[in-house]
Every structure is written in structure tokens, then in C-alpha cells.
Design a protein around this ligand. Sequence first.
Ligand code: PMT
Length: 409
Amino acid sequence: MTSASLPLAGKHVVLGVSGGIAAYKSVELLRRLMDLGADVTPVLTRSALEFVGAPTFRALSGRDPLVDLFRADEPIPHTKLGQGADLVLVAPATANLLAKFAAGIADDALTTTLVATAAPVVLAAAMHTEMWLHPSVVANVKTIRARGFRVIDPERGRLAGGDVGYGRLAEPDVVIGAVLEELGGAGSTLRGRYVLVTAGGTREPIDPVRYIGNRSSGKQGIAVAQEAARMGATGALVTTVAAPAIPGFELVQVESALEMRDAVMSRLDRLDALVMCAAVADFRPAEVADQKIKRDGGAPEIKLVANPDILAEATAVLRRSKPEAVVVGFAAETIDALRHGEEKLARKRVDMMVVNDVTEEGAGFGTDTNSVWLIARDGSRSRIELAAKREVAAALLDKAFALDREPHA
Ligand code: PMT
């Protein structure tokens, strides 16, 4: 992607940081915004400086973070910033910041910029559970939303002081997804959907240098995540191969089937769709040698044990906890593709199987093109003739999200 074609190229984003423990996460948000092509000006409150340092923001953004309202070189920086911004993102937005914005109080560089801008405003709230639930905070959030500004709810998780509950800053992909939506950097068909995609072949270690692997390049899985992002989804790409940054998507690098299982299972509660494109090894060495196995000892006998079936496990959980989630599996076949695909569709209880006869010319492992059958639980079958993997990805996402998903028996 050239920088001009990045989704936020030419956009000026003001990144406001108020003083909470989650302030350190704004550094990751700054990096992601810049990766998407945005020009970012950080504006920090004095309290934010208790948690993060201005030099970090200066080094990453290439701009002096604005902290003080009155600067010798620029008499009215807040109005300039507010007028020039395409969007103001505040992350984290503390209870104090939300209260001031709701009341229109402008007593520092950030709150003054907020009141001086006509650009869309996104506030990602983060605070302790008791504060988030306090009637005054609830009323302030209601007021802010009623005025058309977007407040991203905090998520449940570990909070400062070891407490667990609602209050944690939303994951970066959720915050970035909201920015993309506000700035029209993404399509809208999958807007608001969280899609988890897996890509690549797992590597099952034999010793510190060797592994059992397969021919999957990850191209098809990466294409699915890219198309989902283009359609407006946020989500995660769990991958065994290097992948480019995808707007709104968290990249989770894994190697083995066990690591991939953990990455998938720990995200089930937030997903709307799971697309298992990865070629997961069915077996792994029962034991992994601590040191490189030496040739002198003769050819080793490697005992294999079965890996978990991630797709079947995830689907079993989702059918109970989230029956509305869309689950798509892939079937890589070398003979009787449709028959084996049908069998896997039923056994793994997925909504749709993408049946990939990897013996077909231009299809399957490592190619830039693919040709597949889409077979669905409702009995429908459609063929996608040889096309770029991005096109195959778009077609399968269209079909998967259009399926009428009666609850599973
Ligand atoms: O990566 P590329 O080079 O672009 O190639 C693309 C592809 C050929 C890898 C892809 O299109 C494909 O077919 N992926 C599925 C590969 C596979 O593992 O198929 P399978 O029939 O063995 O598995 C069926 C389904 O169960 C798959 O969704 C797989 O992710 C899942 N599975 C399999 C085994 C296992 N232990 N756990 C699983 O979740």
C-alpha cells in the first residue's frame, strides 16, 4: 500500500490523553493511527503526564505534544487545533474529562480543543467500575451521546490496584475501528462486527530448531481479514505467518496449534464471526526435545499425539454462548472434495465450509488465486471459479453473512 492509499491518509487526528492508568495504551493508539496514514497531534492533560511522558509522543508523532494552553510561540493553539482536526479521539477519557466535556468546561489544552472543534469526537472511557457506574458519570455519558459524540464503553478486565470489572479501556482495534467508521475509512456492510480470522499453517515443534509444518502461506486467510476490514469489520487475525497491518484488526502471531487454540478461545466472547482458514496440524510431536537432536544418535522415532480441533471446540462453545455467531471453516482436500467437505460441515457444526480442492490448477497453497465451493448448512452450494484470493474472500464473507442461521439442533 502506498502512503496515499492508506485509509487515514490526509486526515488530521487530535489524540487527547487524560490522566488514568490506561494512558500508556494511548501510545499504541498513536502508532496505529500513524500506520494508517493519519497525521496525529497529541494533546495531554497535566494528569496524563503523571502516567506517560511527553517525549514518547513527540518521538512517535514527530510533533510537540500540546500540554499547556498558553505557549509563547502560539497564542491560541487550541482553536487552531480544533479547527484543523478531522477528528478528536480521547483515549483514555477519565470520569473527570467526561464531566468537563459534558459541562462544556474548557480549562486546559485538551478540554479547550474539545470545545473548540466541530470535528467528530470519539471518547474511549476508562476508569474504575464504581466510577463508570456512578450516576453522575452515567448522566454525563448520556448527555455527551445525546449531542452526537461517540463514547466507547470500557471493557471488563483487570483494573488498577488488582481489581477486576468494567472500566478497562476498550481494545485498540475497537477504538481504531470507531475512528475509521467516523472518518469513513471503511465500508459499511460489516460495520460493528468483530471477525476473527486464522491464517497460515501451524508449526509443531520437534526440537528448538525443527518443526512439522505444512504448505499454507497464509495468503487466503490474510485476504479474508483484509476484505472484512474493507467491509467495515474490526477483529483479529491470528496468524502463523507475517502479515501486513490491517485497519481495525489486531495481529496475533502464533506458531503451534496449541497457541492458536488459546488465541482463538480467549476471544470467543467478543466475536460475531469466526473464519478458520488456517491449516492446523492434526498431530504434534508428543515430546519436544530441549536441545537440537543430534545426527549421531541415529534417526529418531517421533511419536505424535492428536492436536485439539480448534474449529470444533470453538463452535461447540459458540453454539451455547452465542448462537448468532457466524462460523466458517475451510476444508483442504485432495480427493472427493465435496463429499469430504459435506462431512466436515456436519461434524464441525459450522454454518459454511469453504471447500478447497488443493489439486486444482492455481488453487490452494501458496497461490495468489483460488477456486472453491461454498457449501452451507442450509443446503446451498455455490462455486467460485478461479479468482484472486481477495475476490474469493469477499464472496465468502458476503455469503456467510447472508445465511439465514436457524439455531442449531
Ligand atoms: O494459506 P494459503 O497458501 O493461501 O492456502 C490456503 C489454504 C489451502 C490453506 C486454505 O484455503 C484452506 O483450505 N485452509 C484449511 C486447511 C485445513 O486445515 O483444512 P482441514 O480440512 O484439515 O481442516 C478443516 C477445518 O478445521 C479448517 O477450517 C481448519 O482450520 C480446522 N481445523 C483443522 C484441524 C485442527 N486440529 N483444528 C482445526 O480447527
